[in-house]
Design a protein around this ligand. Sequence first.
Ligand code: SAJ
Length: 421
Amino acid sequence: MNKKICVVGLGYIGLPTAAMLANCGYDVVGVDTNKEVLDNLNKGKIIIEEPYLDDLVKKVVINKKLIGLSIPCEADIFIIAVPTPINENKRADMRYVINATNSIVPYVKKGDIVILESTSPVGTTTEIIKPILEKIDLEIGKDIYVGYCPERVLPGKILKELVENHRVVGGINEESAIKIAKIYKSFVKGHIYTTDTKTAEMTKLVENTFRDVNIALSNELLKICDNTNINVWDVIEYSNKHPRVNLLEPGPGVGGHCLAVDPWFLVESSPNLSNIIKLSRITNDSMPSYMFYSIEKLIKSTDKNANKKITILGITYKPDVDDIRESPIIELIKILKENNYEISIYDPYVKNYPGIENNLMKCVQGSELLIIGVNHNIFKDINYEKVLKAMEGNLILDTRNFLDKEELEKIGFVYKLIGSK
Ligand code: SAJ
């Protein structure tokens, strides 16, 4: 008889994971508090942008291998994949993990497996999940197997990376780790490493912290090069020719619910030791203000008294996704508005955001400056000549090293690449 899996949390990770497991033959119940997610799911539809996910969900829903429910139910395996945001003072908000774990307590029985997938502070599995499950009169590690198995997939490539990437499984004990590894082996082609929960929790945080710290280094280099009239993009390109150097890209800041969040979990748990980590977060979070400083300088460099309309192309946290969480461009928009700029916004990936305009020509009408906030691939197909004609001014600020300077200057733009002369 097929094992039954209950996945609590149908977001960017939970839904692809539920669909992947259903496609491997498990009977999967997806649980979410969002009625729109459930209604669409039960019609075989999705409400997030993720390539090929809609086809996979449609297939497993039609085959009745995946259904959406608003509350958990009896299952053999429970996977918790709910958000773990930070609150305004950069501390982990674990309410969703706590609520999700409490919600499965009435349904967990002897022999079941409970897996936390949400990226969480070190110690969450043993200090939050385990005590809640101990309300059940069963022995953790012997009657109920418990562990932590974080994802490491890139939005936009989730289905491919869910299968190909290696994974780490941390078990509350060795038997739990082995049982959990076996479940993931049903679809993961990468290697599955088993360890204890704290090592797995720390590994996940370190992966994203590594990226955040290295992006901070590049962002700091951007400021230094800007100040010394050197093109930081050339410096990074040439430095990376060194066989053991791999500088990441500078930009308008670091967004998303991972790199902009996970390092704070380490800062919270080791405040006196996480100096580079904390400073990197502060450096990356300073980039929207730095962009504002560059915009002011650029506008003041035009001889005429520039009007105050600016058009932002792209507000998501990274290209070709619909996710605006922790987006640095949204922070930049806030700063510009506080300084009395009139802002028009165009981002075809974003459906509902206050003031977003879905007609590009209307959006750029009368603008002094065009800002490339996010390098969505579709922005390569824009007719910039037509855009320039509709604008008031001819300034374009590229925050992502995305467009071709010569091409735009030929059309008549004054092109400025952030971090270059
Ligand atoms: N960024 C830079 N410079 C770079 C690379 C990224 O400024 O060189 C910025 C991006 O513009 C974005 C932010 O950093 O604002 C983060 O982007 P990212 O692509 O590096 O990483 P995320 O946030 O998409 O991380 C995702 C996460 N997975 C999911 O959200 C499902 C994370 O848990 C994964 O570990 C990570 O991908 C990954 O790369 O594996």
